[in-house]
Design a protein around this ligand. Structure first.
Ligand SMILES: Nc1ncnc2c1ncn2[C@@H]1O[C@H](COP(=O)(O)OP(=O)(O)OP(=O)(O)O)[C@@H](O)[C@H]1O
Length: 266
């Protein structure tokens, strides 16, 4: 694992943030954060509640605009691009449940993602010839997240855990080069957690994929991380090999200290 991370870190970064900063009034939620992310590496971002992890994610995926600094994707400055453009360029993010269409069925939601990936567009009438193929592929991704039995349900009627699994299916169908997961197993049943973790583990076997994961559960961090980045009060305070970072004094004090169980939210 260490060798893989070291090897990939010799490659060009797929994603970078440079001095990335956002202020909300007088509060600096993300403070001059500079980091590179590499293909074939799964980086877990940890830190106490309110450290700025989700805000950093929002700045990367384009939900928020930076007060200062920049975001680069495959060497291109995307700081001024909106979220939709960033998605088209290959940044995919799970668990913005607002991306789901609650009044469409589960299979139709995935079919739209497959269709969008295939570049066919969202014109329902233009795709009859390839409709069967799209549905077959959508069924494949539903099977991957163990949602086949719910394929014809309306998304609005799914449980929270199933909606999150559906987000993973949609993310897989979009095949982005950068995949961002925000606490992927939060709110899931004990049966569903291994399904999603196995999928992430499988995706991370793809040397072309860059994966970013915000996670509180330290057992998940230990299982998946090739690298750990620690945020504290909006500042990047540690970045490196999991063993090294977990053992560092700054992490012990800033994050792990007495709070391992405190942060291990369900
Ligand atoms: N839209 C906003 N307006 C004002 N303050 C905000 C906004 N979004 C985030 N913040 C503040 O920025 C800080 C970082 O929040 P953020 O949600 O990014 O932390 P986090 O590390 O993801 O926390 P958690 O682990 O609890 O999800 C917090 O103090 C939060 O209150």
């Amino acid at each position: 694992m260490a060798d893989m991370a070291a090897a990939s870190e010799r490659a060009a970064p797929s994603l970078s943030t440079r001095g990335l900063t956002i202020r909300f009034g007088g509060h600096v939620a993300v403070n001059a954060v500079t980091a590179d992310f590499f293909p074939g590496t799964l980086t877990v971002i940890v830190g106490p509640n309110g450290a700025g992890k989700t805000t950093w994610f929002n700045l990367i995926s384009g939900q928020l605009r930076a007060s200062a600094g920049s975001v680069h994707l495959h060497g291109r400055d995307i700081t001024r691009l909106g979220a939709a453009r960033r998605t088209r360029l290959g940044i995919g993010r799970a668990f913005q449940l607002t991306n789901l269409f609650p009044l469409l069925s589960v299979i139709e939601n995935v079919r739209l993602a497959v269709q969008s990936r295939a570049g066919i567009g969202l014109d329902f009438l233009s795709v009859w010839s390839s409709h069967r193929d799209l549905i077959e592929r959508a069924d494949y991704y539903l099977g991957r997240v163990a949602l086949a039995a719910r394929r014809d349900m309306l998304v609005g009627a799914l449980s929270h855990g199933d909606q999150r699994k559906l987000e993973v299916a949609i993310l897989l169908a979009l095949q982005p080069s950068v995949m961002m997961f925000d606490e992927p197993t939060a709110g899931m049943s004990a049966d569903d957690v291994p399904v999603v973790l196995d999928l992430i583990r499988e995706v991370k076997g793809d040397a072309a994929r860059t994966i970013l994961l915000v996670e509180h559960k330290m057992d998940v961090v230990r299982q998946l991380a090739d690298r750990i980045v620690v945020l504290h009060n909006g500042v990047l305070v540690a970045d490196g090999e999991p063993r090294e970072v977990m053992a560092s004094a700054i992490v012990q004090e800033a994050y792990l200290g007495t709070s391992d169980t405190e942060h291990a939210r369900a």
